[in-house]
Ligand binder design. Sequence first.
Ligand code: PFF
Length: 451
Amino acid sequence: MSSTEARGSWGSRVGFILAAAGSAIGLGNIWGFPTRVGQGGGAVFVLVYLACVFLVCAPILMAELAVGRASRRSPVGALRVLLPGTRWWVVGALGVLAGVGILSFYAVIAGWTLAYVYFSASGTLTSVPAGELFARFTANGPLTTGLALIILALTAAILWKGVQGGIERASRAMMPALFVLLVVLAARALTLPGASAGIAYYLRPDPSKLLDPRIVSTALGQAFFSLSLGMGTMITYGSYMRRADSIAVGALWVVVLDTAIALLAGFVVFPAGFSIPGFDPASSGTGLIFTVLPRLFGSMPGGHLFGAAFFLLLVLAALTSTISLLEVPVAYLIDEHGWTRHRAVAAVTALTFVLATPSALSNGASAALTRLPGLGMGFLDLMAHLWNDFALPLGGVLLSVVVGYAWGIDCALDELRAEGARMPGARLWGGLIRYLCPVAIGGILLGAVLG
Ligand code: PFF
């Protein structure tokens, strides 16, 4: 077997796009994006987010895919192969850590989602006040920890089977269904009384917020998180890509699909939220969708079925993301340390579960973890903040320096144009990677650290 065959590869171009979009589309779009729009003051956040996606993240996505495909390795090995004798592999190592760190809190929220499938189907969701249900449920430590464990076990089970069989099949089935359901929910939300205030909040920018540096830094972090960038996931997924497929076209699809789903989620959550008297998007925090959506389902005939279907699809969307998070450290152990896939999956899953426990206990179960002394936030929120807003943009800025200067734009363009692939805007891409990405991300990170 050649090394490529031994590592596995996507079965087709569509297979790659579905798997990469499956990684990108997840809780980040449907839970994270509306939550952060709410905390960041509405339409201004949306605008800054879109600028980050298209000017910074799309070029970095192409760079990550090129690094992966050129080296046929996961992040650490990729940088060792492309830049032998240097220390740039450290950028890959940061990604391996981020994979475990992000998965540890992500699995907890995915676990909540799983419980909400049951709450919807059983009718609890529409009979108990939503805020009360959320608070009571998340304070149940053994339950939320157990649910996170179920999510991790499901993730491990999919990865156990290897790349193509597991990941591709999982992605193919659920994404169109998720899209259709979101459109139906948005249509219902938009006809609720009060919906127009939600739309105004979501789409009409408040200029006084435009210069808030915190908004820029969380929008950038959110864009990285949503597109699975800055930690080598897309290097790993690129390493399974065939040379005959265009990276630029694949990347564009992923960016457009991911952004469309996030924007659509906003059209569900804000009109529905503003139809609730006294709704304040900023004060709902992590629980935003879990408190707003039950009201929406309650307003629909057969709402408990819509609710159950919605949360089930969200669990599936989360799983196609968790497998990509787990795949980074797993591929690292396989590629760099010669571990078997099964051993790597078991070890990383166990480690992640240990780290997930404090997050699971940080929404009411443990007072100290719910409000960390001196920080004013819970452990889960702290993890999300550190990994999303710092680690991922840091990984992104380092990657743009690696590709722009160390590996070099010309080598990267050779990969992007492999086998005659179309690469429109090559010069623009090079300029964004060499100048805009390092300066913009570096500046925003510095501002966030100093501020
Ligand atoms: N992009 C995923 C989401 O939006 O839910 C989360 C994620 C997956 C982040 C994979 C980073 C990653 F490497």
